[in-house]
Design a binder for this molecule. Structure first.
Ligand code: BG6
Length: 459
C-alpha cells in the first residue's frame, strides 16, 4: 500500500466546481449556489457541466490512465435540505458515476464535503456555527457509508476546515451579514472537527476495509528571518493554520501551547468533557493534504491586509517577502521543495501515511491554432512536484498518492473560468457557455506518459 507499485496516480475535482445542474433532479441549494458572484464571473449553475458529461469525462479519465479520481458528493443532491429524506435522483447520479469509474478500473476517492454547506442549514441554525451541524453531518456521512461503502473504500472527511471556517461564502455567514468574529470562526471549526470525528468513527464501523482521513490545506510556514521572534511567529502560524485541526484529527486534542495562547485572547473554543470523548473516539488512517506553495511569517505587526483572511492573526504576521509571486493568479512563488518539507513535517509529527490530494498550476488559457493548450508552465510545475514525491518515497515516507488539481477546468474560488487549473480544457468562458467541449491539454498527455513510465518501472 505504501510503495511505488500501489501508488495512486490521480486527478482531483469537487462537486460544486464541476457538476453544474445546480437545481436539477431535486438538488437543494448550497451556500455556494446562493453566493452572489461578481458580475462577469461564472456561478455554479453550469460549471463544467459534469452532471451531463460524466460518461465522456470518465472515458477521458480512462485514457489518462489514472488509478484514482478524487470527487466530492454534493450534500444537497443527497439531502436537499441537509437532513430528512434522501433524494433518489441525486443518489442515482453518484451510483452511476461510481459504477462507471470502477468499470474503468478507476478508484473513486470521495470527499464527503468540499465547501458546499446546505443552505437550509444556514437558515435553520447558522450552519457550522451551531452544534446541530454535528448531528446533521453525521446523518449525511452515515448515509454515504451505508449506500456507497460497498464500492467506495477511500474517504476524505471535510475539505480544508480552515478555509471553511474563514470563508463566508462557504460557511454561510455571507448571508447573515453579521461580520462574524474570529471567536465564532473557531467555534465553527470546533464543530467541523467534532463532525469529522464522527465521520471517521462511522466509516470504520460501516465500511468494510474502509480508510478515511482529513484533508488539510497544509500551510508550510518559513520564518521571515532567523530572528528568534520571527521563528516563534512562524511556529505559531503553522500551529494555528495546520496543526490546530490535524492534532484534533490525529491526537484527539488541540495543540496545548497554541490553545492556551488563543484562550488568553478569548478565541479558543471550550472543550467540554463530552467533546473530549468524541475527540478521542476515532482516529484517521492517513492524512491528506493540499499543497500549492509555502508562506513566510514574522513577529506580529499591524495587519498586512492579505486577501486570505486567516493570514491576519494577532499572533503573527504573514509577509511573503521574496516568496511573493508577481504572476497574476498566485500570491506565492512555486516551492516544490516546500512540498517535501510539508510531507516531512507531517510524517514526523503524526507517523501516518500521506496522500497529496491537490497540487496544481493556474493560468489564463486559450487553445492555440491546433486547438491544444500548450501548458508548458504547468508541466514544469507538476514535474518538479512529482520528483519530490519520488524522493519522499525513496526516503521512507509512506506516500499513498498524488492528485493533480484539477482534472478539468472548473469553477475557481472567486475567479470562475478565467483562472484554469485543468489538464482538460473546457470550452466555455465566464460569460459564454459555448459548446463545453473537452480538449486534453499538452499536460494531459504528459501526465499520462508519466504514469505509464512510472508503472513500467515499478509494477
Ligand atoms: C483548494 C480547494 O484550496 O484550492 C479547491 O480545495 C480550489 O477547491 C483550489 O479550487 C484552488 O483555489 P482557487 O481559489 O485558486 O480555485
Amino acid at each position: 500500500m505504501t510503495s511505488k507499485e500501489n501508488f495512486r496516480w490521480g486527478v482531483s475535482s469537487s462537486a460544486f466546481q464541476i457538476e453544474g445542474a445546480n437545481k436539477a433532479d431535486g438538488k437543494g441549494p448550497s451556500t455556494l449556489d446562493k453566493r452572489k458572484v461578481r458580475a462577469g464571473i461564472a456561478d455554479t449553475s453550469v460549471a463544467a457541466d459534469f452532471y451531463h458529461h460524466w460518461r465522456e469525462d470518465i472515458q477521458l479519465l480512462a485514457s489518462l490512465k489514472v488509478t484514482s479520481f478524487r470527487m466530492s458528493i454534493s450534500w444537497t443532491r443527497i439531502f436537499p435540505t441537509g437532513t430528512g429524506s434522501s433524494n433518489k435522483a441525486g443518489v442515482q447520479f453518484y451510483d452511476q458515476v461510481i459504477d462507471a469509474l470502477l468499470a474503468n478500473n478507476i478508484e473513486p476517492v470521495v470527499t464527503i464535503n468540499h465547501f458546499d454547506m446546505p443552505y437550509a442549514l444556514i437558515t435553520q441554525f447558522n450552519g457550522w456555527l451551531s452544534r446541530k451541524s454535528v448531528n446533521a453531518f453525521a446523518n449525511y456521512a452515515k448515509f454515504l457509508f451505508q449506500h456507497f461503502g460497498d464500492r467506495v473504500k477511500t474517504w476524505l472527511t471535510i475539505n480544508e476546515p480552515l478555509m471553511v471556517m474563514y470563508n463566508p461564502a462557504f460557511n454561510g455567514s455571507h448571508y447573515q451579514d453579521d461580520n462574524r468574529s474570529t471567536k465564532a470562526n473557531f467555534l465553527m471549526l470546533h464543530h467541523i472537527l467534532l463532525a469529522e470525528k464522527n465521520a471517521i468513527k462511522l466509516c470504520h464501523q460501516l465500511v468494510v476495509n474502509g480508510k478515511i482521513g482529513p484533508v488539510s490545506s497544509f500551510q508550510n510556514v518559513y520564518p521571515a528571518s532567523s530572528h528568534p521572534e520571527d521563528v516563534e511567529a512562524a511556529m505559531t502560524a503553522e500551529s494555528i493554520l495546520s496543526y490546530w485541526a490535524l492534532d484534533v484529527a490525529v491526537k484527539g486534542k488541540y495543540p496545548e501551547i497554541t490553545y492556551n495562547r488563543l484562550r488568553k485572547l478569548k478565541l479558543a473554543p471550550q472543550v467540554s468533557p463530552a467533546d473530549q470523548i468524541i475527540f478521542q473516539s476515532a482516529f484517521p488512517d492517513f492524512i491528506a493534504f493540499n499543497y500549492y506553495s509555502s508562506i513566510r511569517a514574522e513577529k506580529y505587526h499591524t495587519p498586512t491586509g492579505f486577501v486570505i483572511p486567516f493570514f491576519d492573526s494577532p499572533l503573527f504576521s504573514i509577509d511573503m517577502g521574496p516568496q511573493r509571486a508577481t504572476k497574476k493568479w498566485t500570491a506565492m512563488e512555486a516551492d516544490p521543495v516546500g512540498m517535501g518539507i510539508a510531507a516531512r513535517k507531517l510524517y514526523e509529527r503524526y507517523h501516518l501515511p500521506l496522500i497529496i490530494t491537490e497540487n496544481g498550476y493556474a493560468d489564463t488559457e486559450v487553445p492555440s491554432t491546433d486547438s491544444i493548450v500548450q501548458d508548458d508552465k504547468r508541466i514544469e510545475y507538476l514535474s518538479k512536484h512529482i520528483a519530490i514525491c519520488e524522493q519522499l518515497i525513496e526516503e521512507g515516507v509512506p506516500l499513498w498518492g498524488y492528485f493533480i488539481w484539477s482534472f478539468m477546468d472548473s469553477l475557481s474560488g472567486r475567479e470562475g473560468f478565467s483562472k484554469r487549473y485543468g489538464l482538460v480544457y473546457v470550452n466555455r468562458t465566464d460569460t459564454d457557455l459555448r459548446d463545453l467541449k473537452r480538449t486534453p491539454k499538452k499536460s494531459f498527455y504528459w501526465y499520462r506518459d508519466q504514469i505509464r513510465d512510472w508503472r513500467a518501472k515499478y509494477d
